[in-house]
Design a protein around this ligand. Sequence first.
Ligand code: FAD
Length: 471
Amino acid sequence: MDADIIIVGAGFAGLTLAARSGELGLKSIVVEQGEGPDYPCNSRYSGGMLHMGMDDPAAKQDYLIALIERLTDGLPDRAFTEAFTAEAPKAIAWVRGHGAQFIRLGNHPGRQWVMAPPRRGQPGLDWKGRGPDAIVRRLTEATLKHGGEIRMKTCGVRLIMEDGKCVGVEVESNGKRSQLRGRAVALADGGFQANPELVKRFVSPQADKVMQRNARTGRGDGLLMAEAVGARLVGMEGFYGHPLARDAFTNDLLWPHPYLDSMTISGVVVAEDGRRFVDEGLGPIYLANTMAKRANPLDATVIFDEAIWTGPAADKISPPAPNPTIEMVGATIYKAGTVKELAAAAGLPVDALSDTVAQHNDALARGTLGSLAIPRSSDQYKPMLIVKPPFYAVPMCTGITYTMGGPLIDPNARVVHRDGHPIEGLFAIGSASGGLEGGPHVGYIGGLIKAFTLGRLAAHFIATAAGKPVN
Ligand SMILES: Cc1cc2nc3c(=O)[nH]c(=O)nc-3n(C[C@H](O)[C@H](O)[C@H](O)COP(=O)(O)OP(=O)(O)OC[C@H]3O[C@@H](n4cnc5c(N)ncnc54)[C@H](O)[C@@H]3O)c2cc1C
């Protein structure tokens, strides 16, 4: 054996497993495809909001179990949700114990654990020296301190199986292949969002029209390796992401921030025919997923008025606010004194768009949003009237941050075989795993809490099996 655990990927999930298992007396080797101390990964690029279903991950366990069941329409089984919610607060305490600093941003329960220092609220990427980057460095130090090894520029390519048990990984470094063997292997490569073939297979008919709102490092290597040894795949179609200005494809100041959530949940979203195609009230992540699945993922435009632009769109709750940022950095925005003029300016059918806006206003005023041709829910997000000139139209694209699906795991993060039994020696953690997030309403539970919690659950199971006491 080269080490007790071989881990593919050095994001939060892989580093948590490596550092925690090191504390418990196990040696791990982490292989990371990136180069140098600033290698890109989603963990580093993240907004640093450690939440559970946009709520407080340290809330009462019963509350969190019910929340996960509601958001995912019961996707994970009860045993998994119980293990996950019991471990999450311990994971937060552990990350803090490694020097992670958190701040609260306002009273929103999902913003009580924001990694410090937070993003500066500027458009585009802002990760260097921010909270998530600092924690990647801390967990790297903790891994090395406890005897773990991190091999850079090394890619996991194939699982080594013997008698149905996973005993190692074939890796590639500088064009050379070699084997690393251990008592356990953990896939922690961060998802498959940056692999166009896999995105096309599971998420969108036109992967090239889905904007990569991520570090472009998750290419689904772990997924393909697990699938090749018989893993059951689950929740493959869902992803966490946001609607962005369409110009994000050519303007780096328009991704990952600002996103257009506030306008889409307050106004209406129409296709090229000037008609609505989605229940905007189901939220921006649901919208982003619906856009990706359309024959043309680039046909959506958000329509709103001055009250929305100076109200929700100017709210700095997740800075930078779209107003004034998108205008400042040069996104395409159509503005006009009437809805008809707006339609003409934006190249949308004049009668259809006027009709759509009139129907929205009428249904909202009468309280009949549920009777629209595409019903609009309003329990979670409050729609607004579109009546105050000027009126605005912003062409959008959908930004994919990370995929929610992957190999199904059990409450100890062990990969489950298509036959239903856990594959001995094989684990999937963080965004490489499936089964916690998704469902018909694309329940988003949180990429960060998933990475830390599953990394620890795997460490505890492997240590216990190796006869090490877990404190
Ligand atoms: C812009 C942005 C904002 C976000 N904001 C939030 C937020 O506020 N809250 C939240 O909960 N989540 C957020 N997320 C999601 C969160 O960052 C991720 O879900 C989480 O960090 C994933 O951690 P991970 O360790 O699973 O994957 P990653 O951090 O992506 O790490 C995976 C690592 O594996 C490496 N790798 C990939 N393939 C191989 C291979 N074959 N061999 C070796 N190495 C490989 C990659 O190079 C990478 O370093 C955000 C993500 C982004 C991009």
